[in-house]
Ligand binder design. Structure first.
Ligand SMILES: *Cc1c(COP(=O)(O)O)cnc(C)c1O
Length: 245
């Protein structure tokens, strides 16, 4: 049995949600955008299934996780309790985890190589009856060690357009757009301006892949100003995590 959130915890989550929703509404108003065009993904990593259920009761549909070891049992627990959120996998994904992730994820936001796209397509084709949505993760500081496909690169495995073409051609995947994480300690303004430029070029080649996942607790306003359609919010909603991830 899943431990349900206590009434105090529910009130805390409701307050966090109201604050984040107000921030998103204000940022959309300031940018002249409709807040119906921005989806909040609640990043529930390190928090228990009971919090996911409480957020779902409060109307949150989209949940994010960054580690399969944690996400797989949590998604199973949430499903057993009768709730079916849309799960977004947002963390670095190893090819040997694709089979596990393809079982519970509705969206994988972190595909950043041709080889990973192939592995995910193979797993999704065997295990799913409908396509898995994919966002290609883009590196906006060009540092290949930090993950993300490389814009403007012709690298056969990590070049952004190579990865996007592979996903677009994959039978069990659906290319939905791009995702990025602003460099740690960098200027989000610069990072998201650069991302918007990359997204423009990307959409010229893939006009239906319009999702842009950018912005977290600390920088969601900047991301919305630069066109984010998805913001991934953890700590502002659920509280500070005790571990750094
Ligand atoms: C943890 C995480 C988030 C949420 O970060 P917060 O700063 O807690 O909002 C967003 N995106 C990714 C990829 C993450 O790993």
């Amino acid at each position: 049995m899943t431990d349900r959130a206590t009434p105090d915890r529910r009130a805390e989550l409701a307050a966090g949600l109201a604050r984040v929703r107000a921030r998103i509404a204000d940022a959309c108003a300031a940018a002249g955008r409709d807040d119906a065009d921005v989806t909040m993904v609640a990043v529930t990593k390190t928090y228990p299934a009971g919090d996911v259920l409480a957020l779902a009761d409060l109307g949150v549909v989209d949940m994010g996780e960054n580690r399969d070891q944690e996400a797989a049992p949590k998604a199973a627990e949430v499903a057993a309790a009768g709730s079916t959120p849309r799960w977004h996998f947002v963390g670095q994904l190893q090819r040997n985890k694709c089979r596990s992730v393809a079982r519970y994820a509705d969206v994988v936001q972190s595909v950043d190589s041709v080889r990973l796209a192939e592995a995910l397509d193979g797993a999704a084709g065997q295990l799913r009856d409908r396509p898995l949505e994919v966002l290609v993760q883009v590196s906006i500081d060009g540092d290949p060690a930090r993950g993300g496909a490389l814009p403007g690169s012709t690298d056969p495995d990590r070049g952004l357009l190579r990865v996007a073409e592979k996903v677009a051609a994959a039978g069990a995947l659906r290319l939905a757009g791009l995702m990025a994480v602003a460099p740690l300690g960098g200027d989000p303004e610069r990072a998201f301006a650069r991302l918007a430029e990359v997204a423009r070029g990307f959409r010229a080649a893939h006009p239906t892949a319009v999702a842009l996942s950018a912005g977290m607790s600390g920088d969601l306003e900047v991301a919305i100003r630069y066109g984010a359609t998805h913001v991934r919010v953890g700590s502002a909603l659920l509280g500070m995590r005790s571990t750094l991830r």
